[in-house]
Write a protein that binds this ligand. Structure first.
Ligand code: GDG
Length: 494
């Protein structure tokens, strides 16, 4: 079939991620088409894709269907097939039931199933083979995220001529947590197949280097890890110190904090229709003095329950009335077939219902709760309408919502309340930083944000905006690829 023919088409720059940058939309009449789903990553990589001739390898999002490679917006899209069982074991199981909770501080208990692991290995091998088949000799492959941690090593085994980068979008946990994983050594070895391994925070990169020292005994001189060549050619031997004079390959493990296409967000915010919509939102909410906003995928890492608890207590202890403050919570649907997420939805919606039942009146609601996804324009209008943005994640790789809020506030107004456990807290130090587990502290911070004089709000927002506008997603990808190119020049032995 055409896919086999296409495998002969090879590209100089290949991105590999679990999902493709396009979604397949099926209409009620059964007809289907591909619709671009432009996230920040696509926007950041588009120029490289166009200038170097790029392909994107990923799953279509629909099981048991074969799709031929095709062009979309000048990018070659190469779909990888997954069976329904593989989606269950590799994606919902090992990726979202094992790795996701383990890497997010075991907020939810990780589940270890050998069947899931076996499918994860098999599917990673398929992605590695697709990448090998699509890459020119000496090309560059950039692998993304926790679903594909074995791909770097598998790809290096198939194609030692390639330069391989990996970026981990989620945290990398401290060794005490990571070491629970029955396949901890295989995952570390998988990642070490890359030339450059990128993390969100310095702490993540340090956690990874420590895991390498503990599990492999390799020498680490941050950000460099020395991977013995002899060890690798034997399929990476277990443990043991590295002998002096032994030949090694260098791997860079360091942080590259991801960002957003800041200028695009600001431009949207400046559009008159979006501003009119922001005013309308305020009116529709009954003109409360302060609008508080949360925007998250409905995920237990985001601390939505903690936020609701703090807001509910502020109402019940009469520190706030619903005329003074309304909380708008967008909880976009996520991983709805995973049991923990079903339970989370029930818990959150029970809490929202109770708070609204206790406090809402006919004219004012306490929490305006929405369990759907919105177009970007509506998100921006919400950001503009919000006096206070609540990011209360219990653990988060970066949290782009915090950066989006800042980018849209060209009026230099609005207060960002930001969890210190989100990667964004390393950069956005002029936000009001909170520990979401400290409910009293969170309540006090919300009251301080509501009472903050305009001059202080503006001083903080200006400082935040400077960071987000200077460090955008384009700078992030350029820096990653620069380090990757340099590493190739330094470390190649082929
Ligand atoms: C992972 C890491 C890291 C949400 N609801 C709607 C919507 N969104 C968009 C937001 C934002 C994105 O989804 C969410 O990004 P986050 O960074 O906040 O969180 P994760 O999805 O968990 O992302 C995270 C990120 O990867 C990147 O490396 O920062 O730490 O967990 O862009 O705007 N977008 C639209 N409608 C919605 O209803 N259009």
């Amino acid at each position: 079939m055409t896919e086999t023919r296409d495998e002969r088409k090879q590209y100089d720059f290949v991105v590999v991620s679990n999902r493709l940058p396009v979604d397949r939309v099926v209409k009620p009449d059964g007809s289907a088409h591909w619709r671009p789903s432009p996230g920040g990553l696509v926007t950041a990589l588009e120029p490289v894709m166009h200038s170097r001739g790029g392909a994107w390898i990923g799953w279509s999002g629909q099981p048991d269907l074969d799709f031929e490679p095709f062009d979309s917006n000048g990018i070659r899209v190469v779909p990888v097939r997954l069976s329904a069982r593989e989606v269950e074991h590799y994606y919902e199981g090992f990726s979202n039931g094992t790795v996701w909770p383990l890497y997010h501080d075991v907020i939810a208990p990780p589940i270890f199933h050998r069947d899931w692991w076996e499918t994860y290995v098999k599917v990673n091998q398929r992605f590695a083979e697709a990448a090998a088949g699509s890459s020119h000799h000496g090309g560059t492959v950039w692998v993304h995220d926790y679903q594909l941690q074995l791909v770097p090593k598998m790809l290096r085994a198939l194609r030692p001529d390639l330069t391989i980068g990996f970026f981990n979008h989620i945290p990398f946990p401290p060794y005490g947590i990571y070491s629970q994983l029955p396949w901890r050594t295989q995952i570390v070895e998988g990642l070490l197949g890359a030339d450059v391994i990128g993390f969100q925070r310095l702490a993540d990169a340090n956690n990874f280097s420590r895991a390498v020292r503990r599990l492999k005994g390799f020498v680490t001189k941050n950000p460099i890890i020395e991977v013995p060549l002899v060890d690798e050619s034997e399929g990476i031997r277990a443990h043991g110190p590295v002998r002096k004079g032994q030949e090694f390959r260098t791997v860079v493990a360091r942080h590259f904090p991801i960002s957003i296409d800041s200028a695009v967000w600001e431009k949207l915010a400046r559009s008159p229709s979006v501003q009119a919509r922001a005013k309308q939102i305020r009116e529709d909410l009954g003109n409360p003095r302060s609008i508080l906003l949360g925007v998250d995928r409905l995920d237990y890492t985001k601390g939505i329950g903690h936020r609701l608890k703090a807001f509910g207590e502020l109402l019940s202890d009469e520190s706030l009335t619903i005329e003074e403050a309304t909380l708008v919570q967008i909880a976009s649907p996520s991983r709805e077939r995973v049991r923990t997420y079903m339970q989370l939805r029930d818990e959150i919606e029970l809490t929202v219902g109770r708070i609204n039942g206790d406090f809402a009146t006919i004219s004012h609601t306490a929490i305006s709760y929405h369990h759907h996804g919105y177009p970007r324009e509506e998100m921006v209008a919400l950001y503009l309408a919000a006096d206070i943005m609540l990011v209360t994640a219990l653990r988060d790789g970066m949290n782009l919502v915090a950066k989006e809020y800042v980018a849209t506030r060209f009026d230099d107004d609005g207060v960002l309340i930001l969890s210190e456990f989100a990667g964004a807290a390393d950069e956005l130090k002029r936000a009001l930083l909170i520990n979401p587990h400290d409910i009293d502290g969170l309540k006090e911070t919300i009251l301080a944000a509501i009472a903050m004089p305009k001059r202080d709000r503006q001083a903080r927002m200006r400082a935040l905006r400077k960071r987000v506008l200077e460090n955008d997603v384009d700078k992030w990808s350029t820096e990653f690829l620069r380090v990757l190119t340099t590493s190739r020049a330094r470390g190649r032995k082929d």
